[in-house]
Design a protein around this ligand. Structure first.
Ligand SMILES: C[S@@+](CC[C@H](N)C(=O)[O-])C[C@H]1O[C@@H](n2cnc3c(N)ncnc32)[C@H](O)[C@@H]1O
Length: 229
């Protein structure tokens, strides 16, 4: 899969994603990460990518032209796929959406900075706006990294064992079950005996029940419309 990122800080994205399983996915070519800096496509007199907002007010706004030229450049190399603008005003990022993107050949993520992006670019060239939560961060780069990590985990061969994504929270519509590792006894605190039984069916049953119980308690909204609600 190919993910294009339009960002004023390409290194921030490349470095953040250079660790662990995602770093390996990029190294091995399972995930092709291409970053494009709109500064390289600014044709105005001073190579500017931002300007003051019409109507006044604080801060700067990312200009339409350098963003469009960046997008056009990506299109000349191949396809852009869905164009996703990271924005606190977008729909909340969900696992389902990440799984869908993982089935695409490519997507293009647009990272805003400053006060945001000229609305005309969003209206004319963005397919979907996505938020990582109800708070504002200083730029779309960290949000893009969240999206890329969540998508890349779903690509075949990225995780050591296919199992580890399947049992993650949200993959089957519920939260995950609790995990334990050595030591068996931490002071007074032991491990649920079933996990030490070696009885795979009983362990699975216990994990399923835990998953359901935790979901009912913490996120009953996930069960709405299912037979468990
Ligand atoms: C300082 S923010 C601009 C916020 C904008 N003035 C607003 O109120 O909606 C700069 C950029 O950070 C990114 N950003 C901020 N919060 C985000 C969030 N919760 N999810 C995704 N991207 C976010 C967006 O790309 C945004 O254009």
């Amino acid at each position: 899969m190919e993910i294009n990122v339009i960002t004023l800080f390409p290194q921030m994205v490349q470095q953040t994603l250079s660790y662990g399983v995602i770093g390996k996915a990029i190294e091995s070519g399972v995930l092709k990460l291409n970053c494009f800096n709109p500064r390289d496509f600014a044709e105005n007199k001073h190579g500017r990518v931002d300007d003051k907002p019409f109507g006044g007010g604080a801060g700067m706004v990312m200009m339409y032209d350098p963003l469009l030229r960046t997008l056009e450049h990506i299109a000349t190399r191949g396809q852009t796929g869905s164009v996703v603008f990271l924005s606190p005003q977008g729909g909340k990022l969900e696992q389902r959406q990440c799984n869908d993107w993982a089935n695409m050949a490519q997507i293009t993520l647009v990272c805003g900075r400053y006060e945001g992006v000229d609305q005309r670019f969003i209206d004319q060239h963005v397919d979907i706006e996505i938020s990582i939560g109800d708070y504002v961060i200083s730029g779309g780069e960290m949000a893009a990294c969240v999206v890329i990590d969540a998508v890349a985990r779903q690509l075949q061969g990225v995780l050591g064992s296919e199992e580890s994504a399947e049992t993650d929270s949200f993959m089957n519509g519920m939260l995950g079950y609790p995990q334990y590792t050595r030591s068996e006894l931490l002071g007074q605190s032991g491990v649920p005996p079933v996990l030490l039984s070696g009885h795979h069916e009983a362990i699975q049953k216990w994990r399923d029940a835990q998953s359901l119980e935790i979901t009912k308690r913490r996120r009953p909204d996930l069960l709405e419309g299912t037979s468990e609600s």
